[in-house]
Design a protein around this ligand. Sequence first.
Ligand SMILES: [Zn+2]
Length: 218
Amino acid sequence: MTEPNLQPPALPPQVIQYATPAMYQPADGQQPIWRDQDRLIVPKLVSLPLRCVKCNQEIVDGWRWRKTLYWHHPALALLILFPGLLIYVIVALCVRQKAVVEASLCQEHRSSRNTKIAFTWIVGLGCIAALIGGIAISAIENDGMYVALGLLLFVILLILALVAGNMARIVAPTKMEGNFAWLKGAGPEFLNNFPATGRIKRPIRTAPNTMFPAQATG
Ligand SMILES: [Zn+2]
């Protein structure tokens, strides 16, 4: 007996025709990808075209970003309020769905992303420093006000870091269902490469998910 391989196989260069109903397989053998307003609808194992996701510029140096993205229904976050964070984390880990996405960025958008990532790190570290600094100064000065100030700065910097980190994402899932993922973050020119869904809001009724057998959805 060998361990089941939970990692998806390496992406083949072009066609991935797993488990997608024949009616949704484009005739030209390309991967079925649509746009739905500002979002892309893609199979959960997808290699996007060799163009910058943000500005649609053709990528000549072959730069690729490959990432496993996770998603669960946002209403699950209510579990944080009741019964609590631990239960939320356990449930979220159990029910989350995943997609593996390959995409590209042009030089310009790569460097802009690097700047945002660096900014996120600096602000994130600053947020921890504010908290520790507040406690330390408060102990030295024997004045509780510095703890409050440190906490306030911590919250402000934390929010800033979360916003910057979010902006640094290339694409992010807003929904997953069946064998498909909805991704936001692509620029309008890139989105225009793909047909609009029109009235197909749910391109989904699928065969069992063969991509991630451990997570087959009902
Ligand atoms: Zn670009």
